[in-house]
Design a protein around this ligand. Sequence first.
Ligand SMILES: [Zn+2]
Length: 86
Amino acid sequence: MENQYCLTKEEYELFQTLKNKHEENLKNSKNYYAQNKDKLLAKLHEMVSCPNCGSQVQRNHIYRHKQTNICKKRALANKKQESDDE
Ligand SMILES: [Zn+2]
């Protein structure tokens, strides 16, 4: 074994086991996405209500929706209504 990183044999073995574990985890997570592709995509296309304005938005669009003027205006209107009620 070439000891170019000044590791002891134990350290080198520990490093190898950690590396193997990491690679295995990576493979497993890739498999997870491959196996549950339909489920995950369906989840992304699920309709959820926007926490800011309460309108129904697809889950994968919600981040972009929050940046839109429609959402901001509605959120402002909702806030105004709430303060009017008080
Ligand atoms: Zn919104």
